[in-house]
Design a protein around this ligand. Sequence first.
Ligand code: NAI
Ligand SMILES: O=C(O)C(=O)[C@H](O)COP(=O)(O)O
Length: 374
Amino acid sequence: MKIYYEDSMPYAAEFFADLGDCQVFSHKSITAKQLADADVLLVRSTTKVNAELLAHTRNLKFVGTATAGTNHVDKKYLTERGIPFQSAAGCNAVAVAEYVLSSLFIMANKLGWQLQDKTVGIVGAGHVGTALQQKLTALGIAYQLCDPPLQDAGDQRSFVDMDSIMQCDVITLHVPLVTQGKYPTAKLFDALRLAQLNEQQVLINACRGEVLDNAGALALFEQGKKLNLVLDVWENEPNINLDLVPHVALGTAHIAGHTIEGKARGTEMLYQAVCELYQVPATKKLSDYLPVELHCLAIKPELSAWQNFEQLVLEVYNIASDNQEFMATVNSAEQFGYIRKHYPIRREFSAIKVNTGNFAQSKAIYALGFAKGE
Ligand SMILES: NC(=O)C1=CN([C@@H]2O[C@H](COP(=O)(O)OP(=O)(O)OC[C@H]3O[C@@H](n4cnc5c(N)ncnc54)[C@H](O)[C@@H]3O)[C@@H](O)[C@H]2O)C=CC1
Ligand SMILES: O=C(O)C(=O)[C@H](O)COP(=O)(O)O
């Protein structure tokens, strides 16, 4: 079995070495001719999987993307060719939820807010939206959900429409890029909708850049409109509109899902899918490879509950650091890619133990996802 996997898949060699003849590739240089003998093709979002790339494949039996989003894969073409496809749905949902939580604390400080007084509008209540819902619930932060496809499908949670979402203090986008059908998401936040936001609201886009009109946002900024945008994803990545960057409140290089757990779970999920395809036992597991996080955090009794929540969240992931590097260095498509490829190891709350002592809100700390300390 000839397995081709993208070089940005952590632990791919460890997981797949025993399954076949493995060939690692870079999304920047892979060609259709190189893939001619592939039985299995495993990618992340930077490899565009389409008829052109697969033109010479003769034996291709499976295509997998170690990501949640799949808009880089021509799924219709794979169906026409009868090639099974799988994504890693939900692999990095917790990572994105923790990215949003970090953004909330940083933006609350920037805007002089009390986070506990605010309402968060979650657009897209799938894996990421649900993980975020759980973390907001842990902190008692109010939220509303908007997800018409899930609502139509009979999801019993309480949903609101976009008009209600537009009244929320924070709006956070977690939808796939959908360009057709009943509920398209392309340019869901166009210039008209962006113009409706007030100076105290925050809009977070951590799904796909094309869901928010970047040119429209820039035009509004240039007309003097004050928008509090937190952008992890940008139109036309990595060739983003650099003129937009200095206007946003927080900017990052599409790393919301890039905890080591979030990326590696994607690899593990594709390993399990390939084992199933070839009917071999999936003997390896992510915990065999993930480094054990040794440092342990503690509640600071001298701080309030909310100050403790903030210090724990920002100790594990402070978006301000990523924003600072992004603002200081992103000056080209190459640099956007460089930041992503050299992103430091970031852990999820679950990797970190917290000694809560007799802290009254211990339950909230563990509901946020932190591990129990001694
Ligand atoms: N920035 C990053 O690093 C990451 C970005 N993503 C992006 O975020 C998206 C969401 O991720 P997941 O929650 O894992 O996917 P998911 O597929 O579990 O959830 C997406 C939800 O959006 C809903 N939806 C679709 N159209 C909608 C519309 N017009 N209005 C409201 N809701 C709508 C769907 O019904 C679904 O429940 C992915 O498709 C991907 O593009 C995901 C992970 C990491
Ligand atoms: O899972 C998704 O969808 C994402 O957006 C991932 O964060 C994409 O990560 P890369 O594949 O671009 O490393």
